[in-house]
Design a protein around this ligand. Structure first.
Ligand code: ADP
Ligand code: MG
Length: 220
């Protein structure tokens, strides 16, 4: 089932739900190596995005939905993560400009989101940031496209691969020493804690995959 605007709307809604459910956990991660605001910031931004999408009514493309969400995220999340995650959605929106996305369009969207985070934050893999989750996701999505073929659930399979890799990428940040953002101020003491932005990225990509799988079940 190709991904349409209602998939994108459901992605944002499920992301908001997941972040609300894990808000305390994200806050605890950011308390350990930052200032403890990541869970609340993202929760506020995603709630605002859901409301803005409800107010906007039906939008024609997944890109239009993601662009609307990006604008709200950039203006309401704040902190370091707001502009980064907002840019991810903004770049994703540009790749999602057609009425529906097939598997390769889906992978291009994930890659574009990752490139947005890289361009905005200048972090590299191994710096213990959300880049570790986004980069793993983008690679996995590209790799998945080469083997999914034309099955009806191909976009869902691509997003499931991306989400699985993002989860592994987030877990891999635990032993790292932070080299970007607030956590880098802790130096060696940042080791032993998972990066909050990598963890929220993993939640957001898992929501994208769930939304795609649900679209297959409902319509396929
Ligand atoms: P702040 O650090 O301003 O309080 P948040 O707590 O909302 O912002 O977000 C912190 C997260 O932002 C970190 O866990 C990390 O993943 C991400 N981050 C910080 N700086 C960068 C950067 N330069 N590039 C990519 N991600 C970054
Ligand atoms: Mg913080």
């Amino acid at each position: 089932m190709p991904l349409d605007a209602s998939w994108a709307e459901s992605w944002i809604r499920l992301s908001a739900q997941a972040v609300a459910e894990h808000r305390e956990e994200l806050t605890a991660l950011d308390t350990a190596i930052g200032d403890g605001d990541h869970g609340t910031n993202l929760d506020r931004g995603l709630r605002a995005a859901v409301t803005a999408l409800q107010d906007a009514g039906e939008l024609p493309t997944p890109g239009a939905v993601l662009k609307r969400a990006a604008t709200v995220l950039i203006s309401t999340v704040g902190g370091a993560a707001g502009p980064l995650i907002g840019t991810a959605f903004l770049r994703a929106s540009r790749e999602a400009d057609a009425p529906v996305l097939d598997a390769s369009g889906t992978a291009r969207m994930v890659v574009a989101a990752c490139e947005g985070v890289l361009a905005r934050g200048h972090a590299e893999v191994g710096d213990k940031t959300m880049v570790d989750a986004w980069t793993a996701a983008a690679r996995a999505a590209q790799e998945a496209v080469t083997r999914v073929g034309q099955s009806a659930d191909a976009p869902a399979v691509v997003l499931e691969a991306a989400a699985g890799a993002a989860a592994a990428g987030a877990a891999a940040t635990e032993p790292m020493r932070a080299r970007r953002g607030r956590a880098s101020f802790l130096g060696e003491r940042s080791r032993g804690h998972r990066d909050p932005g990598a963890e929220s990225t993993s939640l957001i990509l898992a929501a994208a995959a769930r939304s795609a799988r649900q679209a297959c079940e409902v319509r396929g």
